[in-house]
Write a protein of this length. Structure first.
Ligand code: ZN
Length: 81
């Protein structure tokens, strides 16, 4: 499940557009977001990050978190390339 923005983002690490209705875009937005960055730096989830995930994904928030980590790694690799 993805949209035009997701297709563009595959080849551009810092692609700035998101479709609010697209879950893959939402995951990407989280991967770029400050709360995730704080959580990664701290080594555990900051409350703001967990709350935002729960708000966006409901019961699926843990699955979404795993997807955000994968997306974040992809973005960092794309930046390094
Ligand atoms: Zn998308």
């Amino acid at each position: 499940m993805s949209c035009t923005h997701c297709g563009e983002a595959k080849t551009r690490a810092d692609y700035p557009l998101y479709d609010a209705a697209c879950k893959t875009c939402t995951v990407r937005a989280f991967a770029h977001g400050f709360p995730f960055w704080q959580s990664r730096k701290r080594g555990s989830m900051v409350p703001a990050y967990e709350q935002a995930l729960r708000a966006a994904f409901g019961d699926g928030w843990m699955v979404a978190h795993a997807a955000v980590k994968v997306e974040s790694d992809r973005i960092q690799q794309a930046r390094a390339a």
